[in-house]
Design a protein around this ligand. Structure first.
Ligand code: ATP
Length: 135
């Protein structure tokens, strides 16, 4: 069975949206296989976001992601990688369609980073790599 790493990012945690995100995942029919809350450390974030190192939003992204607690969730289900990314919506919450997590619950807050509530792995390889970093 496929697995994906979902993160309810610090903006989602601060806004009290963790339960709402988990509810949407469960309502879709996926299984919450494992879960923990922690403030992400910069060392693991550097590995998680290695593909973005050097980009202009990289440092603000690591600052934002280490700014407070986040919930790390291993989600299970056939095609859950693609399925969760559809649930999450577009990266930019202003453009994300209503009906998606980011489209319904997110907006632009005028920060350098797109605070967009959730992360979801983008491939089986990323999912395995990311789960091994955080679990
Ligand atoms: P995620 O990987 O978090 O699910 P994503 O795959 O849609 O989102 P990525 O391209 O992997 O987005 O970027 C990782 C994160 O970096 C985004 O979720 C967002 O918080 C931030 N980000 C990405 N692109 C930009 C940008 N152009 N400007 C500001 N922040 C950005």
């Amino acid at each position: 069975i496929e697995r994906t790493l979902v993160i309810v990012k610090p903006d989602g945690f601060r806004r009290g949206l963790t339960g709402e995100v988990l509810r949407r995942i469960e309502s879709k029919g996926y299984v919450l296989a494992d879960l923990h809350i922690t403030t992400p450390d910069r060392e693991r974030l550097a590995r998680h976001y290695e593909e973005h190192q050097g980009k202009p939003f990289y440092e603000p992204l690591v600052d934002f992601m280490s700014s407070g607690p986040a919930t790390f969730v291993v989600v299970e289900g056939h095609r859950c990688i693609e399925g969760f990314r559809a649930l999450a919506g577009a990266t930019d919450p202003t453009k994300a369609l209503p009906g998606t997590i980011r489209g319904d619950l997110g907006r632009d807050w005028g920060e350098k980073v797109q605070a967009n509530i959730v992360h979801g792995s983008d491939s089986p390889e990323s999912a395995a790599r990311e789960i091994s970093i955080w679990f």
